[in-house]
Design a protein around this ligand. Sequence first.
Ligand code: HEM
Length: 477
Amino acid sequence: MEVSISLHQLAWVLLCSGLLFTAYGLYLIVYRLYLHPLRHFPGPRLAAATYYYEVYYDWFKGPYKGRNAWHLIELHQKYGPIIRRSPDELSVEDPDWFDVLFVAGRRDKWSRQGKDSNGSVQSTLSRALHKKRRGALTRFFSKRSILDLEPSINTKVEKLSAGVEKNFLNTGAILNASVAFVALTLDTITDYCFNQSFGCLDKSDFAPEWRKTFWDMFENIPLLKNWTFFANLLFLVPPVVVRMTNPSLTQFFILEKANRQKVAEIWKEWNEDQIQKAKLSEAGLDAPRKDALSKAKKKRTIFYDIMDSAVLPPEEKTPQRMAEEAFGMVVAGGDTTGRAMANLLYHLHANPEWLNRVRQELDSVMVFSNSPITLSELEILPVFSACIKETLRISYLVTDSIMLIEPEEPLIYKEWVIPPGTPVGMTLSHLHMDEKIFPEPNTFNPSRWINAKAAVLDLDKYFAPFSKGNRACLGVK
Ligand code: HEM
């Protein structure tokens, strides 16, 4: 049977679809402005009517992507500490309310995609699943585990120093400090996760493509976050097409592939060990079994141990989920830590009086510049610690708001009652730039931490570069 549609009919179909679409759009705007549970909250009417308000500031307005984080500051200045930043979301800017949102309860996370963007702990929206996933990881980030990591970190620091001397100091080539520090953090994290580092420190240029990977990826976040359609599409489109349409995302696939390969190796290794253990156990060979177990223990990594975890059900241990966890870990720790160290170097050189004070303090505990020193010895140095804290405060390491949801109870902010299920965001960098708490917030001033300690002032209450509560950074130690 042949179905033919005349041009006239086609025009009617298009017209009716257009009308329906417009009617739905108008209904949505009217609903959001006059009937929505958040209709009474202050904020721009346009932001209440459409998410495209934020898309404009985040993606189009310029001069750089992700500009909405700064626009939010202006909105809070105009409308007050609580605003409706988009049709369904609120933003609060009040340092004294930070603990209420982040620490007082176990909350769900919110993403505009409405679902976990991948299987990593930081992308997990549901608090119940997050608790399980985080539970399987916490042991690896305890103080003890980090102290055990010291020799491996020291080896990498030595490699970094040798590389700087050989390839930059001796040749006069310009060193991009954040490339060098990202190489250090990336090699450390991948060694810890996979027992095999990415080898960035072995390259004479410290593999600058990895830092570029992070920057290109972060630059695309405003697009992926606001137009979730693109984020979903990204994983369906063959990498070659993405490479053609958005070359800056190419490295993203390279990183993803590298993680996937490493996890697949660990997965295979773990499964082989299980078969071996089962065989030995069946044969009742206790002594060799012990040997096999201690051998397995030696090569243990985070991902090997997750496979062994009794907390996680089998569906949480698939290579796909593991690769996503690995990806999250590398992204969460790689750029942030590398950037923090590069910023510390910058601020110390821009403020020579602090550089001298740090040098003097280090000289007092290190006889030679390469004398061994432990984390515990470094942690108690007041000037050095104050400089690190001030760098973390001033650095805007995480600029986007973190959005949480209290699903059952209303949240109370001053006279405002926030309905259960409402995504509420706070922005860590705004907290650190509050001039009532940190006067002259744009000035690098480590004295504020030293003075606060002397005056027994709890400035740490307002210091959260790693966030706080049960969703705080696992790599904080
Ligand atoms: C200066 C360095 C770092 C900063 C400023 C930082 C900051 C943060 C922040 C603000 C969060 C919360 C994000 C959110 O709730 O959406 C977070 C989460 C996380 N970070 Fe870090 N981070 C740093 C280093 C690291 C390192 C080295 C690792 C590990 C290798 C790491 C692993 C994680 C993980 C796994 C999470 C998710 C925790 C969870 O959801 O339970 N981070 N980080």
